[in-house]
Design a protein around this ligand. Structure first.
Ligand SMILES: Nc1ncnc2c1ncn2[C@@H]1O[C@H](COP(=O)(O)OP(=O)(O)OC[C@H]2O[C@@H]([n+]3cccc(C(=O)O)c3)[C@H](O)[C@@H]2O)[C@@H](O)[C@H]1O
Ligand SMILES: Nc1ncnc2c1ncn2[C@@H]1O[C@H](COP(=O)(O)OP(=O)(O)OP(=O)(O)O)[C@@H](O)[C@H]1O
Ligand SMILES: NC(=O)CC[C@H](N)C(=O)O
Length: 562
């Protein structure tokens, strides 16, 4: 390092929330690699030592003690003369006084570790408290910061949301920053990569400074972090772009150009995936990390021959490998032979195990068992739901006996209007399609039939027969049933839900987009009426702007009819 050159290693890592020792080891491994590659400083992501988002874990003193020990151990490592480290951590010291506050105050900070000690502390100024974020509940905001000197260069450190408005970057620039560095825990959704780039470009234009944007990667409960870190020079040129959806350490070497503006030329340039590929890869990573980080030996799914379970199985095969996926076909007297053939073909194409367990004996047993109380009452949805629940029971029995986690298959359109059975097809530990509308299910299935995802563990090529994509969706809980007996066509339903859910519009506004007002009102009624079901539904990766759960919180008991 000389004062006119700084080699910065960007550590796009997949931390595990709560696993402080594991995260410390990940950082040590990254620093060892950065040392080998000649870096002066290693930069890691927001709250990386705790994992993001740590939620109420950071309210536990024992957890914060462990975090502090780990940070001090990593700081001690930097006494070896190797790279300095910039990383995110939950931190109890006041950034100004460097003393621990008595009132339990906690900051979300960027720390600079160098020369064997914690050299500088910068607290996040803008704590996000919307959508999936609740940071005001946990952290105290810091003051508008100035830059920190790292190996002779003034770095302007921002923590994620700090980059979303001009204030922090402006303060850093006014106080002499030479390179802006944003460390992030920024979850994926379909619009996110573009929003981030536009915001970063805006900060670069305002400050006329280069900006490094470093994001974490990996799945954490319902969030998927896509990484896709990048760097811009002060002329708004992209000088590095790290891959999306996988870990990477990349060294970028920064030097002043002829005009004295810092720039880098040696970063990787991997174009991020877009459209269905990006969503598919987010689903794969979300499921893979949920299953692996929670120690399951694999997953099990009920395969019906329909598209929802076929796509769920494909994502699971890509996430876990076909050998860690079990499929179960559970025909009833209402299951068409063609459905069973399609399910068998999906399992064969994926190379996954398929067991066939007919549910008719259990249907008869339950019917006989209930006869004394049901008397001669006519069959209705009750009997349909029993079939669904017998399938849920079967899958849970396999999970209990052999360990794989059950995957529910309900898509966002169905969950929006309550078209799913509690403790039946909603049964499961995780739902890959929770945030995927039915029209998107088709789009993703078509994409997957043509291509395999880059880091997928499933087979290349077609994974479901065309018939699965072409037939009318059916729950097959009574003869000749189709979804469209109970729901509007999915194209129209999804267009209405786009307005009601994603855009949070009222009935009249959505109707003005060209839909029958009565139909929109009915969809709205069903949407509101199904909140109780969604609260009991399995978690699944957020890929949309407005996922059911954290992003869209409505009461279950709701007397408002607006
Ligand atoms: N506000 C509330 N808070 C708490 N619980 C509430 C509730 N309102 C009803 N409930 C409870 O929920 C029950 C009704 O929900 P639930 O038992 O799920 O039954 P329900 O919604 O009546 O029926 C399931 C629906 O899912 C459809 N479907 C579509 C696709 C696939 C499948 C499948 O299963 O494979 C099913 C099926 O055709 C049917 O229309 C009530 O009997 C009551 O116990
Ligand atoms: N015969 C069956 N064998 C195994 N699982 C089944 C069977 N029938 C239904 N299921 C399970 O119940 C779920 C709910 O059925 P649903 O009809 O909503 O989905 P699908 O059949 O996969 O797709 P589609 O809605 O397009 O028909 C299925 O995804 C599957 O997991
Ligand atoms: N951790 C954060 O501050 C994330 C908030 C930010 N708006 C994002 O999603 O990128």
């Amino acid at each position: 390092m000389s004062e006119d050159r700084l080699a910065i290693a960007l550590a796009q890592l997949d931390p595990v929330v709560g696993d402080v020792d594991g995260n410390l080891q990940r950082l040590r491994d990254a620093r060892a690699q950065a040392t080998e590659e000649g870096a002066d400083v290693l930069i890691a992501t927001e709250l990386v030592i705790a994992g993001y988002p740590p939620e109420d874990l950071v309210r536990r003193a024992s957890f914060l003690d462990r975090v502090e020990d780990a940070v001090r151990a990593l700081a001690a490592d930097t006494g070896d003369g190797g790279p300095a480290v910039v990383l995110g951590a939950p931190w109890r010291e006041d950034p100004e006084t460097r003393k621990r506050a008595d009132d339990g105050r906690l900051y979300n900070v960027a720390l600079v570790l160098d020369g064997g000690e914690v050299k500088a502390v910068r607290a996040k100024w803008d704590l996000p408290n919307y959508g999936v974020f609740d940071e005001k509940r946990l952290f105290t905001p810091g003051a508008l910061p100035g830059p920190v000197q790292v190996r002779g260069v003034r770095l302007g450190l921002m923590v994620c949301e700090d980059m979303w408005t001009p204030d922090v970057a402006e303060s850093l620039q006014e106080n002499g920053a030479q390179i802006l560095v944003a460390i992030n825990g920024s979850p994926f959704d379909t619009g996110k990569p573009d929003i981030r780039l536009q915001l970063a470009l805006a900060r670069v234009s305002e400050c006329e400074l280069p900006l490094i944007y470093l994001n974490q990667v990996g799945g954490q409960d319902e969030l998927v972090f896509d990484g896709a870190s990048f760097a811009l020079d002060s002329g708004r040129n992209l000088v590095a772009q790290l891959p999306a959806f996988r870990e990477m350490l990349a060294v970028t070497t920064w030097q002043p150009d002829g005009e004295g503006d810092w720039t880098a030329t040696d970063g990787p340039r991997v174009a991020p995936p877009e459209g269905p590929e990006a969503v598919y890869r987010a689903l794969v990573l979300g499921l893979r990390d949920y299953v692996r980080k929670n120690g399951f030996p694999g997953a099990v799914v009920g395969l019906s021959g329909g598209i929802d379970s076929a796509l769920t199985a494909a994502v699971a095969a890509d996430a876990l490998g076909p050998d860690q996926l079990r499929c179960v076909l559970m025909p009833s007297p209402y299951t068409r032979a063609s459905s069973s053939e399609d399910a068998e073909e999906v399992a064969r194409l994926l190379g996954a195990r398929l067991d066939t367990l007919g549910i008719e004996p259990a249907m008869t047993a339950v019917q006989d068992m209930m006869a004394p109380v049901f008397d001669d009452l006519p069959a209705d949805t009750t009997e349909e739901n029993i079939q669904s629940r017998l399938r849920g029971l079967t899958l849970m029995a396999i999970s209990n006996k052999f360990g794989p986690m059950v995957l529910a298959t309900g898509n966002k359109s169905e969950l929006a209007v309550g078209y799913a059975t509690l403790y039946g097809d909603m049964c499961g530990g995780y739902n890959v399609l929770k945030d995927v509308y039915k029209t998107q299910v088709y789009e993703l299935a078509r994409w997957r039939n043509q291509q395999a995802p880059e880091d997928g563990l499933g087979p290349a090529g077609r994974v479901m027969p065309e018939r699965v994509l072409e037939k009318a969706p059916s729950a097959e809980l009574k003869p000749d049933q189709t979804d469209q007996d109970s729901l509007p066509p999915y194209g129209e339903l999804d267009a209405i839900l786009e307005g009601l859910v994603e855009d949070d519009q009222g009935v009249e506004t959505v109707a003005a987009r060209g839909h029958d007002a009565g139909l929109v009102r009915e969809v709205q009624r069903r949407l509101e009426g199904a909140e109780y079901k969604r609260r009991q539904g399995a978690p699944g990766a957020k890929v949309s702007r407005r996922q059911f759960g954290r992003d869209r919180r409505y009461p279950m008991t709701n007397g408002f009819r607006g």
